[in-house]
Design a protein around this ligand. Structure first.
Ligand SMILES: C[S@@+](CC[C@H](N)C(=O)[O-])C[C@H]1O[C@@H](n2cnc3c(N)ncnc32)[C@H](O)[C@@H]1O
Length: 261
């Protein structure tokens, strides 16, 4: 399945060009000889991994996915206490298949695999999907992480709406839970949008079509759909689905839709 939109990929040195060409082919990225004269963001393949550069020179911020980050590792050790895990698991589900339909930087997927779920992480932006795979590969030098990822995590570059419709038709295994964390416009300008999530937003922009995504999620999930929202944002507008319960955690809220069919 093809994702969108297309990003620009550059190899930092000549020896990385074949690998960059393979990445460009796999993730639908546009390969360029150099970043000169190109507009940001630009995905750059270095020996240290794949990064997204958001601006020029020393002040240009750089986004990379690091599943071995110490702070993330601390959260992963307590994963069952994380709000996203509590919302996905509720009282009745432990383990099972979760479709993280808006994978982004993979933080929530990472917490979910640590909490014992099998996760299909879907990302439609080719550059971000490539960075997720790169992050998983680099983390693979730690045997425990490699074993965990091999056993429980699959990254799919696709538009989740199409994937979920396919799951509903039986083309893929239907997930027990679908988790959505769209990048919505309400986050705009908010002081709450910090660091990596702000940088991700600079790369992918706002997500439109939340209602269609929720609709596809409701059609595919066996047990429940969980949607992350800012604490003061309304639930995603949808013709018929109603939030069954919510879980609040600081500035965010998790809307839970139970599937009753
Ligand atoms: C707010 S970020 C998710 C952050 C993520 N929960 C994390 O832990 O890093 C939203 C992501 O969903 C992706 N996205 C939005 N709509 C999508 C769709 N229909 N299919 C797949 N990915 C989508 C965006 O490209 C973006 O990377």
């Amino acid at each position: 399945m093809v994702g969108e939109p297309v990003g620009l990929l550059v190899a930092a040195d000549e020896s990385l060009r074949p690998a960059a060409a393979a990445l460009a082919e796999r993730f639908g990225l546009r390969l360029a000889d150099s970043s000169e004269g190109q507009s940001f963001p630009i995905f750059i393949l270095r020996t240290s991994g794949l990064e997204a550069r958001l601006g020029d020179g020393d002040r240009g911020r750089v986004l990379q996915i690091d599943f071995t980050d110490a702070a993330l590792e601390r959260r992963a050790r307590q994963a069952r206490g994380e709000a996203v895990v509590r919302a996905v698991a509720a009282h009745s589900i432990s383990g099972g298949l979760v479709c993280d339909a808006t994978a982004g930087l993979g933080v929530d997927s990472f917490l979910l695999v640590h909490a014992g779920f099998d996760v299909i992480a879907i990302e439609r932006h080719g550059g971000i999907a490539a960075m997720l795979c790169d992050g998983v590969n680099r983390a693979g030098r730690y045997p425990e992480l490699r074993a965990l990822f091999e056993a429980r995590l699959r990254i799919v570059h696709a538009d989740a709406r199409a994937w979920l419709q396919g799951a509903r038709r039986g083309e893929y295994e239907r997930p027990d839970v679908v988790y959505l964390d769209p990048m919505f416009a309400a986050r705009e300008g908010a002081a709450l949008v910090r660091g990596a999530m702000r940088d991700l937003r600079a790369v992918v922009g706002d997500d439109a079509g939340d209602a269609a995504l929720l609709d596809a999620a409701l059609g595919a999930a066996r047990r429940r759909v969980v949607v992350k929202r800012m604490h003061d944002a309304p639930p995603i507008a949808h013709g018929s689905a109603r939030v069954h319960h919510e879980l609040r955690d600081g500035v965010v809220r998790f809307d839970v839709y139970e599937i009753t069919r």
